[in-house]
Ligand binder design. Structure first.
Ligand SMILES: [Fe+2]
Ligand SMILES: [Fe+2]
Length: 379
């Protein structure tokens, strides 16, 4: 039986079904399917006609195209659920049509019709996004099964994409909410901590503005070292909080002009531990907490509180140590005048490898020379 004969027979069977009331389910199915439009692309008219006719008996609305260009034109004009596309055609080949068709409609199911000796080309079209291929001459029973399979696959893909989109949107929305909450909490905590710092700095005119200046300078050094914007902000935050523990330092020691006795120095050292006690519950401050803890560590391991050395000290801690030393030297003290920035940089060079990380010092030097005069908030 030829393809056309088979189609004719199928068509009459389907028409007979539709006339019988006991085949209502089958008719309903046809109605449902008629909402689906199929594009049949083949340069051979007999094939277009035969397949078109068969698909109509199965309740599909059929549009035909005799070339790849015409198919793309049709796809641009109206929606289709499925495209049956010949591989070998004059002009655009079926393989060329596949990606362009999917660009026009990413949900389109595509099935290739291919000659027996053209399997490699058919496989290529699969890698371009076609769902399946059928060998010509096409058995109508196979065609119907393959179309159902392709449409089922298409429906699953659409559903999967819809669910993925929903999940993506949901995740994005929740992340945004969480980020906002985290930001609010973080800002609140930082303002509380800053209030503490302001209260403390008010007690000591020489400390006034110190935390903010250290924060700005440390952030500039971090940026100069090529750290990520996130880390730069963590360093800035740590700078603002680094001396919060001085709230526990006795005023007499805090304001004492001149050198401290060993006992007084031990007492001052406590400000790191006290600061950590104050900040430790604020886990969301992240690595800024470690930076605060390390701000008095020395490159040679002779600092406190843990006596860490070299890169065992967090990078934020090493940066804060440099910024802290620079700010202390360039600030006025009861017992001495402030040092000039250039002079301070020269002075600190003698501390590279002992107090300071050589790379951090080099970055500090570049930042200071570039900014020439550093703007102090409260000179
Ligand atoms: Fe400190
Ligand atoms: Fe400090």
């Amino acid at each position: 039986m030829s393809l056309v004969q088979m189609i004719d027979q199928s068509a009459s069977t389907a028409a007979a079904f539709a006339d019988r009331p006991d085949e209502q389910r089958s008719v309903n199915r046809s109605v449902e399917m008629s909402m689906r439009r199929v594009l049949v692309v083949d340069d051979e008219e007999s094939i277009r006609r035969a397949i078109g006719k068969f698909l109509k008996t199965r309740g599909f609305e059929v549009v035909t195209a005799q070339s790849g260009d015409e198919a793309l034109l049709q796809l641009g004009q109206q929606g289709f659920v499925l495209m049956l596309c010949d591989v070998r055609m004059p002009g655009l080949s079926g393989v060329d049509v596949v990606p362009r068709a999917l660009q026009l409609d990413s949900e389109l199911a595509i099935m290739m019709l291919t000659a027996v000796n053209d399997a490699p080309t058919a496989t290529e079209s699969l890698s371009q996004g076609a769902m399946d291929y059928l060998m010509k001459p096409v058995e109508l029973a196979d065609l119907e099964v393959a179309i159902e399979r392709a449409l089922h696959k298409r429906a699953l893909l659409i559903e999967q994409r819809r669910v993925e989109r929903m999940i993506r949107e949901e995740v994005a929305q929740r992340t945004e909410e969480l980020e906002r909450e985290k930001d609010t909490l973080r800002n609140l905590t930082v303002s509380v901590a800053e209030t503490l710092i302001n209260a403390m700095e008010v007690k000591d005119v020489y400390l006034r503005g110190h935390s903010q200046r250290v924060a700005e300078l440390a952030a500039s050094i971090a940026d100069e070292l090529g750290m990520t914007p996130d880390t730069v902000e963590q360093v800035r935050l740590a700078g603002r909080l680094h001396d919060v523990g001085k709230i526990g330092t006795r005023e007499a020691v805090l304001n004492k002009p001149g050198t401290l006795t060993p006992d007084e120095f031990d007492h001052v050292k406590e400000h790191v531990r006290i600061g950590m006690d104050i900040l430790a519950p604020l886990k969301h401050l992240g690595e800024a907490l470690t930076f605060v803890q390390d701000h008095h560590e020395h490159w040679d391991g002779k600092g406190y509180p843990r006596g860490l050395d070299r890169d065992r000290i967090s990078i934020g801690g090493r940066i804060l140590a440099a910024a802290d030393a620079f700010d202390a030297l360039t600030s006025k003290r009861a017992y001495r005048e402030p040092m000039q920035p250039e002079e301070t940089i020269q002075f600190l060079e003698g501390h590279v490898g002992r107090l300071l990380d050589p790379d951090v010092y080099a970055a500090l030097r570049r930042v200071v020379s570039r900014r020439k005069t550093l703007t102090f908030i409260d000179p």
